[in-house]
Design a protein around this ligand. Sequence first.
Ligand SMILES: NC(=O)c1ccc[n+]([C@@H]2O[C@H](COP(=O)([O-])OP(=O)(O)OC[C@H]3O[C@@H](n4cnc5c(N)ncnc54)[C@H](O)[C@@H]3O)[C@@H](O)[C@H]2O)c1
Ligand SMILES: [Zn+2]
Ligand SMILES: [Zn+2]
Length: 372
Amino acid sequence: MFSDSDDIQEVPVTDVRAVVATGRGNPVEVVQINVPDPGPGEAVVRVRACGVCHTDLHYREGGISDDYPFLLGHEAAGVVEEVGDGVQNVQPGDFVILNWRAVCGLCRACRRGRPWYCFNTHNAAQPMTLSDGTPLSPALGIGAFAEKTLVHAGQCTKVDPAARPAVAGLLGCGVMAGIGAAVNTGAAGPGDTVAVIGCGGVGDGAIAGANMAGARRIIAVDTDPKKLEWARQFGATHTVNAAEADTVEAIRELTDGFGADLVIDAVGRPETFRQAFYARDLAGTVVLVGVPTPEMKLELPLLDVFGRGGAVKSSWYGDCLPERDFPMLIELHQQGRLPLEKFVTEEIALDQVEEAFGKMHRGEVLRSVVVF
Ligand SMILES: NC(=O)c1ccc[n+]([C@@H]2O[C@H](COP(=O)([O-])OP(=O)(O)OC[C@H]3O[C@@H](n4cnc5c(N)ncnc54)[C@H](O)[C@@H]3O)[C@@H](O)[C@H]2O)c1
Ligand SMILES: [Zn+2]
Ligand SMILES: [Zn+2]
């Protein structure tokens, strides 16, 4: 196309308040950022709510990468404000949960019919920036502790707009990762015994998932008695205080001396992984859904890996498919069969994220959710 000088376009931007992590160990800051208008295949979403996940803290501490500044926040629900060329799956006004698994349909996993492993998931092509133009790294390709965010349209999954944003957004990460770790990765089924180590948002998601799947016994393990009490609300039938008891022995005792069919490590440390490995029955399954940090190492007798049989798996995002799972889980929630509202301990403002990290660290909350 020919154009005269009047048509030369500057990239339009909006001043948006957002929570940014500027460097290792620095408290997060609320700053103004620029969000470009959506390009082809992209969408701008007005964020309605975004949960504070432990992964945001990992980002702030440099446990995931060194690509500061990070635009934090990734467990979000909002309303599509504007879409770029070629977007078909959503339109302005749609209520959506944001996801970090916008499958490509073309990679080797997608082509083999296993899109939940997609190795080339989509994110927005244009960067959001600080007001001086420094590009931001959005947490998990989302960045939703922000009044508005720019994502790939495939990262927007439409759900029933009657769902409360603070509740719906939690399916965008931790709770979905937990439910899926139990149901998809761990294939929990009727009659199984399931143990979950670490009862934060992710672990309690796993407990809720095991409960929906019909598990016979669900053993919640945490070092914090308050977390164990909360775990019962999601379906834990037994609890183990790991600060007082030996986790492996306690799980074995509660499973007739054998160990659980499925043990989920929702902490992600070498010691909890080792406990999960030895607390499962022969031929049982271990699922690692907690995220380790780069310096962590694991040593296990190889003979035990062989001799105990079964499966040792990791679970990214609970091997979910957002388009399949988010609307379905919202429906179960609305029918009263999935108590998502119990994950929301408090609703907070954008400038309280740093405080919420402290509360998470001290075990005072399951989820603090920023609402706009
Ligand atoms: N795989 C994924 O796709 C995915 C998605 C979201 C979060 N995560 C990860 O899952 C993990 C949990 O996230 P969260 O938001 O639930 O965190 P959280 O901090 O809310 O919960 C962690 C829980 O583990 C408990 N805990 C700590 N040490 C323990 C021990 N030795 N034994 C038993 N319990 C112990 C804590 O008391 C706390 O209740 C994090 O590592 C997070 O990064 C993974
Ligand atoms: Zn793919
Ligand atoms: Zn998360």
